[in-house]
Write a protein that binds this ligand. Structure first.
Ligand SMILES: Nc1ncnc2c1ncn2[C@@H]1O[C@H](COP(=O)(O)OP(=O)(O)OP(=O)(O)O)[C@@H](O)[C@H]1O
Ligand SMILES: [Mg+2]
Length: 262
């Protein structure tokens, strides 16, 4: 378990959520959650199924906008800028706050095009050589380059599940995000592919704020520095991962981490 950080990070939070509630129609799925997300940290969201982890994660890059019945109250800031303000460029926001899903979802395109697509539409490459370099660097950072460098024109979907997930991480990285949201990124993977992704998350931590939803307590303990425990739509407890797992303040946290429910 990594414990090499102070209880309160000294820097300004990368993202700040204040009194965030989310409704699906009349049903409240998230109840006044306030949390700070820090760069150079992995923050784990844990809690029983249906407690709102994915719902809250999606508020951080406005993915809930795509769900017609969803309504978000409260405030979420990225570097102090309200991401729900009118005029916010949501496409640009989702490049800055990227997302990796539970099931790897490469585009039905080549490995190269999966990575090149984002930088191209965001105007991040001046020419072909530039784009090639971005593709290579993104795949290198995602720990996939050596495995795919001779087959960049193969379909992304032709890769193994673990490779596809690293491809999706490379795709997120390619548009120079500041925050990466991951919703159970390893749940469709075998233990070896999972270990690779966990190593990768640890490598990437130095550059980004990473938020990972996980059902695995072991995974949260291995990869995160801070852990947030959600229950029934509320944020029950948030703190250093080591504290949450060894010395939780709340009874409900203790019950969850000792396997009494979930
Ligand atoms: N699109 C939706 N429309 C209506 N209700 C939804 C929608 N998505 C989620 N919910 C409800 O919101 C609540 C929180 O769901 P959410 O998917 O955020 O939980 P979760 O903690 O991610 O669960 P899991 O661990 O099973 O993925 C649940 O009661 C769920 O049924
Ligand atoms: Mg979920």
């Amino acid at each position: 378990m990594v414990t090499d950080i102070q209880t309160q990070p000294q820097t300004e939070p990368k993202m700040r959520a204040r009194d965030v509630s989310v409704f699906y129609g009349a049903k409240k799925a998230i109840d006044e959650v306030s949390i700070d997300i820090h760069t150079e940290h992995v923050t784990a969201f844990i809690g029983p199924s249906g407690c709102g982890k994915s719902t809250f994660l999606r508020t951080l890059n406005r993915m809930n906008d795509t769900i017609a019945s969803a309504r978000v109250d409260g405030a979420i800031e990225l570097d102090g800028d309200d991401i729900y303000r009118s005029g916010m460029d949501v496409v640009q926001l989702r490049a800055r706050v990227g997302m990796v899903f539970q099931k790897p979802n490469p585009f039905p395109k080549s490995i190269y095009e999966n990575i090149a697509y984002g930088p191209r539409i965001h105007g991040l490459a001046d020419n072909k050589a530039d784009l090639d370099a971005t593709v290579e660097q993104s795949l290198r950072r995602a720990g996939l380059w050596d495995e795919v460098k001779d087959r960049l024109n193969d379909a992304g979907t032709a890769l193994s599940g673990g490779q596809q997930q690293r491809l999706c991480i490379a795709r997120a990285i390619a548009v120079q995000p500041e925050v990466i949201l991951m919703d159970e990124p390893c749940s469709a993977l075998d233990p070896i592919a999972t270990a690779r992704i966990e190593e990768l998350i640890d490598d990437l931590r130095g550059r980004y704020a990473i938020v990972i939803v996980t059902h695995s307590m072991q995974q949260a303990a291995r990869v995160s520095q801070r852990t947030a425990f959600f229950h029934l739509g509320s944020l029950v407890e948030y703190g250093q991962t080591a504290d949450i797992f060894t010395n939780p303040r709340e009874e409900r946290t203790k019950d969850y981490i000792t396997g009494r429910y979930g």
